[in-house]
Design a protein around this ligand. Structure first.
Ligand code: SF4
Ligand code: SF4
Length: 448
């Protein structure tokens, strides 16, 4: 494996200075979300234990004073927008809970069924449920619905009926509708592609790498499908790209596959809009997580050499962090679970997270009824609820994934240390490339 340079970090108050290998040091202000280049004097001034009295060098002493004054600046407090209670603007719907694949890492019971195979959601029960959520939105609001499963294209008729209904209702209520589908790509025949274009959907295809990897991980239950057939379908879909909102490819990594760079090289060869490269939320294996991070360093290097900022932004993680840094919007929730987001399973039971479907103790409602007492604990922001205030990366991360925490520690709010280590590493990686994008002059190898 190629070698990757380690990050050195130095923390002072709410600043973190960092440098990778021989590159110039940068600093990040954890509250204002500003990123700045550092001089060598400033880098020295950040060294642990140095206070104004210990510093003899005038340059370093001046740099420390400047850094401390920068650290003192705080972000102007933006009054939080009052949010209507349980205004859910993002839903995922399991239109089926069966699948034609059995992926090795499937968190939906190992076979897309969540332990309770359901061939078709009842559209008759789903439409009043959707009407309930749409009724809480205001004109001008946005509403996103993602079709999920199992494999959602095993029930295209359900997708069509739900989409038609939403389109009509959204138009009437002046709501901007965004429809998404996450599919394994095996059933993207002409008829189904036609369906997706009719509703101008965002299409996400799960693909874990080149055929030799994808076929081993995403195991088929019949001989009808393999990666070669999925790629043929992708080609047909790409031919209709202009009639879709977007096409993305999504890969998940964990013990079964840590070939992130190899996967990226393969996926990036398709001219799709974005690529999602995620570590398995249910894994908390430290060495797998570290390997994933090292591979992401290589991915970033490769993306930079292919197309600099625009190619890095095609990778969802980098795009998200760059947007936060551009717009200086602090993330206080890793996801909207239980706040603006809910999951509808194929029996119309509501949970706060796709991976909690099928667990009665996790249900927060059914049909058009919400269980207020069960939703109440989700309303506090996750940075506070998960005790993340001392973490320098808190506003890039947003307090972490409750599902990951639960898998690792048994509690949604006791942090998974492996997740945190990876998240902070990825944050440093994104920050260092943000520096490369924004401080082109003189950034790079240190001058002598
Ligand atoms: S990295 Fe960990 S400690 Fe930091 S904000 Fe995320 S979950 Fe909290
Ligand atoms: S808790 Fe984690 S797995 Fe569940 S929706 Fe949020 S980010 Fe996704």
């Amino acid at each position: 494996m190629q070698k990757t340079a380690m990050f050195q970090t130095r923390v002072k108050n709410n600043l973190i200075g960092f440098r990778q290998g021989s590159e110039k040091p940068l600093a990040f202000h954890c509250d204002t979300l500003d990123v700045a280049e550092l001089s060598e004097d400033s880098w020295q001034a950040l060294a642990e234990g140095l206070g104004p009295k210990e510093i003899q060098t005038p340059g370093v002493s001046k740099a420390l004073a400047e850094l401390l004054s920068w650290a003192d600046t705080s972000a102007p407090s933006v009054p939080a927008k009052p949010r209507a209670r349980h205004k859910i603007d993002t839903l995922t719907v399991n239109v089926t809970q069966i699948c034609n694949l059995a992926c090795t890492y499937c968190a939906a019971g190992g076979d897309g069924t969540y332990g309770d195979p359901t061939t078709k959601i009842s559209v008759d029960k789903t439409l009043p449920q959707l009407s309930f959520f749409l009724g809480k939105l205001d004109p001008g609001d946005k509403f996103t619905l993602t079709f999920l499963g199992g494999e959602p294209l095993l029930y295209p008729e359900g997708i069509e009926l739900i989409s038609k209904y939403l389109e009509q209702e959204a138009k009437q209520k002046n709501i901007t509708l965004r429809l998404r589908i996450v599919t394994n790509g095996t059933l993207l025949n002409q008829k189904n592609i036609e369906l997706l274009t009719r509703f101008k959907m965002h299409v996400v295809i799960s693909l874990d790498g080149p055929p030799e990897i994808n076929d081993a991980i995403r195991k088929t239950k019949s001989s009808n499908f393999n990666t070669a057939s999925i790629l043929k379908n992708l080609e047909s879909l790409m031919a209709r790209k202009n009639e879709l909102a977007s096409i993305s490819l999504a890969a998940v990594f964990g013990s079964g596959n840590l070939e992130v760079l190899k996967c990226y090289e393969f996926l990036s060869s398709f001219p799709v809009d974005s690529l999602s490269l995620c570590f398995d939320h249910s894994s908390h294996d430290s060495s797998d997580s570290q390997k994933f991070f090292q591979e992401m360093q290589l991915v970033a290097e490769s993306a930079w050499s292919k197309g600099q900022e625009s190619e890095l932004r095609r990778i969802e993680y980098f795009d998200k962090v760059f947007m936060v840094l551009d717009q200086k919007i602090r993330i206080t929730n890793f996801c909207g679970s239980g706040k603006n987001f809910l999951m509808v399973d194929a029996k119309n039971t509501l949970t706060t997270c796709p991976w909690q479907a099928g667990k009665p103790e996790e249900s927060v409602g059914h049909g058009p009824t919400l269980f207020e007492d069960r939703l109440a604990p989700y309303q506090e922001d996750l940075v506070s609820k998960n005790n993340c205030h001392s973490c320098w990366a808190k506003y890039l991360c947003g307090g972490g994934c409750m599902y990951s925490n639960q898998q690792a520690t048994g509690s949604k709010h006791i942090k998974d240390a492996v997740f945190c280590e990876r998240q902070r590493g990825l944050s440093l990686l994104a920050l260092s490339y943000y520096g490369k994008c924004n401080f082109e002059d003189g950034y790079g190898v240190e001058e002598n």
